[in-house]
Design a protein around this ligand. Structure first.
Ligand code: UDX
Length: 476
């Protein structure tokens, strides 16, 4: 009788914070089930991961886990700052031959490791799936984004055929009618940001659409979402996508399996140095009095936008904790550095750090609201913490996430495309006072559903069990 090979999964994320973070969580979840797991990082990101986190020691308890590294295709002296994400995308595309070689050598010369039987590839770099398939290894696509974002990318052809894209005029409030499941509330301004350009050849638009369509050629799709949140959109997607496993929220799924609770652990997958001093500051603040402000790992802002946020926050009279990455000012010339008003003028009601332990901050009793860019990890972390949001989406998937947050799930307020101090002040006061109770009610309901989904017997829990069984028997 033919024997089923020992299951060995190779996981390959796009080299950016939100991607490495959630895929490493998936890796750890798979380790619990006893699968062999190889986590492939680009050399540059791996160095940062080892420098700023305990990832290496954390995984020592899993003898069937290993890190491997590969070039990111950029020259060694490249700055790799966030504003070069375009270069990263081009660089990583050129790594396909190196990936092919690595896969072949892994499977021939294995140091007692069994050959790779399945790859899980970040859908943003779906072209690596072709290499995997060419070598006869089934490939699963993993997306770090929401289902609603993916579906709106997949419907690109509907939009062009219906003449809804490119936009015929500047009316950004015009409703979009041809994305099934989103009629009646999706406006032009809520579509992923690259739909705003008029150029069909835009590299980000091309990448988002082609990689989404390419990832439908995978053997299966893993999404960091849960059925109770995005069920209607998932139903629209299922006829067009290979089998979809919803496993999210992954960070909560991991804590639920690790400790049977939802308390975030002290470990992080941060690619910046974490400043924990803010936790001591939070300890001295009254219950639910602080707005946590962060725009994620990639977004850039102008000096002027920062100042408008700062004035709005100060004028709201609320306390705030604000993460300002040192590389987050647009046009990084001398004049564009973080304005001194922010760093010197905040005094006792505000606290600023370059990077914080976000999952822990969100569940701190002093924090009462989240002013966010609506990155998908941040949105899910806010849901688990039960914390209503004000959304100021910057790019990519964030525009559509914030529309769902405000209009569909009703767990936050959307201030997209506006950045003036009066609006910031009003939004913050609505979040923390005027609309606090109604937002808290719907957030509480969704938060409970999220926790249920990753607890024993919940949908995400059961889907993970099924995925593991399918990987073991390669029934994909
Ligand atoms: C982008 C996309 O918008 C997002 O949807 C996609 O999944 C990844 O790329 P990004 O800016 O990385 O987003 O935001 P997000 O997805 O929210 O991820 C940021 C991560 O960094 C979160 O897990 C958050 O907890 C963490 N973080 C952020 C910190 O640990 N400390 C901080 O100070 C700020």
């Amino acid at each position: 009788m033919e024997q089923t090979p020992v299951a060995h999964v190779l996981i390959f994320p796009f080299p950016a914070q939100g991607h490495v973070n959630s895929m490493l969580k998936l890796a750890e979840l798979l380790c619990f089930s006893g699968l062999y797991v190889t986590f492939l990082n680009t050399k540059h990101y791996h160095k940062r991961l080892l420098r700023f986190t305990d990832a290496e020691t954390r995984f020592e308890s899993f003898p069937k886990f290993r890190f491997q590294t590969i070039t990111d295709g950029l020259p060694d002296d490249h700055s790799r700052s966030v504003s070069y994400i375009k270069d990263l995308i081009t660089g990583i595309e050129s790594v396909q031959p190196a990936f092919r070689e690595l896969m072949i050598s892994n499977n021939l010369n294995s140091d007692n490791w069994p050959p790779v039987t399945c790859t899980i590839i970040d859908g943003l770099i779906a072209f690596f799936m072709d290499v995997s398939k060419e070598l006869g290894i089934p490939s699963i696509s993993f997306r770090t984004t929401s289902a609603c974002y993916l579906w709106s990318c997949f419907c690109y052809q509907n939009l062009t055929e219906a003449g809804e894209f490119p936009f015929a005029d500047n009316d950004m409030d015009k409703l979009i009618s041809c994305v099934p499941g989103m009629q009646g509330f999706l406006r032009r301004r809520d579509l992923p940001s690259f739909y705003r350009i008029k150029e069909l050849n835009d590299p980000f638009l091309k990448l988002a659409v082609t990689q989404t369509i390419n990832s439908t050629r995978a053997s299966a799709t893993i999404l960091n979402t849960f059925e109770d949140l995005e069920g209607p959109i998932l139903s629209e997607m299922r006829p067009h996508f290979p089998k979809i496993y919803t496993l999210g929220p992954l960070h909560a799924h991991l804590s639920s399996r690790r400790t049977n609770s939802f308390a975030p652990s002290d470990s992080s997958n941060s690619l910046w140095e974490v400043d924990r001093s803010c936790m001591t500051w939070l300890d001295s603040q009254p219950l639910k009095s602080v707005v946590y402000v962060s725009f994620g790992s990639i977004a850039l802002m102008t000096r002027n936008e920062m100042l408008e946020f700062w004035h709005g926050l100060v004028n709201s009279g609320k306390r705030f904790l604000w993460v300002i990455r040192p590389d987050s000012v647009k046009d990084n010339d001398q004049k564009s550095q973080i304005p001194t008003e922010l760093t010197e003028g905040t005094k006792d009601r505000g606290y600023m750090v370059g990077w914080c332990p976000q999952e822990q901050v969100l569940v701190h009793p002093a924090v009462g609201g989240f002013l966010t860019h609506s990155g998908w990890n941040s949105t899910l972390e806010s849901i688990i913490a039960g914390l209503p949001m004000v959304c100021w989406p910057v790019m990519g998937d964030q525009q559509i996430n914030s529309r769902f947050v405000s209009q569909v799930w009703k767990i936050g307020l959307d201030m997209k495309d506006v950045c003036d101090r009066l609006t910031v002040e009003k939004m913050v006061n609505d979040l923390m006072e005027n609309k606090r109770d109604e937002l808290a009610r719907s957030m509480d309901e969704i938060s409970q559903m999220a926790k249920k989904s990753v607890s024993e017997g919940g949908t995400s829990w059961c889907n993970l069990e099924e995925l593991i069984e399918d990987i073991k028997s390669m029934k994909l």
